[in-house]
Design a protein around this ligand. Sequence first.
Ligand code: ADP
Ligand code: ZN
Length: 739
Amino acid sequence: MGKDSSDLFGALFDAPKLSRVVPVLVPLPVPEAYSYAVPDGMAVEPGSVVQVPLGPRQVIGVVWDGDEDLRLDPKKLRPITLAFDCPPLTRDMRAFIDWVASYTLSPPGLVARMAVRAPAALDPEPMVEALRYRGGEPERLTPARARVLDLTRDEMPWTRSGLAHAAGVSASVIDGLVKQGLFDTVFLPPPPVVARPDPDYTAPRIEGPQKQAASEIVENMQAGGFSASLIDGVTGSGKTEVYFEAIAEALRQGRQVLILLPEIALTASFLERFQDRFGAKPAEWHSDLSPRLREKVWRGVVTGEVRVVAGARSALFLPFEELGLIIVDEEHDPAYKQEDRVFYNARDMAVVRGRIGDFPVVLVSATPSVESQVNGQSGRYHMVHLPTRFGEAAMPDLHLVDMRRHPPDRGGFLSPVLLRAVKKTVENGHQALLFLNRRGYAPLTLCRVCGHRFQCPQCSSWLVEHRFKGQIQCHQCGYAEKTPEACPECGTFDHLVACGPGVERIAEEVERHFPDARTIVMSSDLLGGVKRMRLELEAIARGDADIVIGTQLVAKGHNFPLMTLVGIVDADLGLANGDPRAAERTFQLLSQVTGRAGRTGLKSHGLLQTYQPQHPVMQAIVSGDASAFYEREIGEREKALLPPFGRLASIIVSADSRADAEGHARGLRAAAPKVSGIAVLGPAEAPLALVRGRHRFRLLVHGRRNSDMQAYLRQMLAHGPKVRGSVHVQLDIDPQSFL
Ligand code: ADP
Ligand code: ZN
């Protein structure tokens, strides 16, 4: 006994012995792991999540792979402060983090931080206090007391509040029984964050082409190992039902599943569908979760308690214990690209994660990206087609409205053709959706007298009027001011004019034409945030609105049974910018939006207002000949050696002063190695030349398909000017945005 206590006191009061050194990735933009000493008696291994001192702070880090550097003296290094009580990141997860860091040219510590970002989750959850019947009878048996005892005589433990609720009594009734010594206090493990989904909760209901598609994928899975499949099926063809069978197979194999969805916060109906099939909801992962819930989900994922996660792109970095399948729904969606700190495309990185973990990845879309189409055609991805809608539902009839021949009234944006169609739809008791991908009232406000335009003081963008809120706002940085009554330039009152439409302005026009119709405006800046948006979406699905005016928020995945008309207010909107993916994006977005119509078998229509009815995108959409569109688009990409036939990388240089940004960008250009097959374009001032007071210049690196862009960029940065002062250099491999 004496020996034990002296050891205990020794551990408490002597400095810990340090004999080992390990590399630890810390959340800093540095290229390598830092070395820390391991106190004797602390058990760490590669993947262990630890807390370490960093300057004056304590930070979360991850013990990394790599040999011990024998030249380092552990006594001269700072020791790890503590090792958290949670399973270490797996070898596959570590390999994935290293791969992403090297591909995106990001500091590995910043990539690792995306995997362990919920610090309080690292301690196990406290046990839950509960009551268990011990025996005996109360002094006086009231009806309330009898109800409590009826529930507890089998000696199953109950929480105090759970018991009060189940017995329909107040907590004081229970406290009275506890005082009389009828209950023991016991401690239970905390309840799981979600129940376990059961692959056989209901039988699959698929048949025909769906069944064929599902069995192809499941056979692939049973063969084991990595595979990538692409489910390419029109909106409403039942793709979700098909990939549910892949999920069931993974669950039967005892593996965890990740479902990536672009707008998970708004897809409550998806969670319910999942629950109907598997008897339990998946755990959700997105930015709108409470910190407490995030922690619980994170812990559940590492320990393996959570079997299925449905999440936004950041869920890809959750450290699953035994991940066995990733589904990427709406794989073409631009929301999968993160353009902040670590620039990555979750769709592409999901395939990488599957390859490293040796498990299947299933991409899903009604309008696959050109990249995935090409991978499908070349046989890299296993293609599965679902060419028709499920059941009675037919695709909507699509027509172009030539705005040159059917112009709207003065001051309006809706052509007589579209207005007539809306009128008929509402008269039939159905719903119409008017789609315009522009928030607010008007994209530009100017003074009629002096021509003054309202511009953001910190960005090179116009201020957008939001009439509901009485504000003009910058959509770049969020700057907002009260809509002024007088022009700040010339002082004239009441002469500000709105130029162009936003959804609020379309709503005004709709109300003028249909004063009795129930209208809803749906855009991401609704007061009330995600909660309000969910409620509004449910209201639309129930039929509580006649006319919906919305941005892309309503385009994705929703099922509105009564919707039989979709009107695209400005089909040309996305074609105007110089983005190489403009045609593809427009095609995808317009197909998705028109795909909201007629999902339950009602005859439906789509009308696209355009000034360019001959444009190949417009023609592809109305003819329904998607394959011709893809063929043409693929041909053009191939000719220009654009992705996936060539490679692109952007370098964005920003600084407080224009001269510093431009100077640094020129310096980088001068440092570009001369290599055949890779060319550097620019620098040029970015289309968004000023954001939050920072001036921006861009370089574009263009290489052949097989060129080593990463090596090239590393050399360029190493030989380029030193990053000084306010200068910041951001790399974007496979850029999606060129602004
Ligand atoms: P997609 O994901 O391709 O847009 P969904 O899977 O959402 O299509 O299916 C469209 C509609 O058809 C949904 O309402 C869905 O419930 C229904 N559906 C699809 N497949 C089946 C099936 N095999 N049995 C019954 N209903 C189905
Ligand atoms: Zn701004």
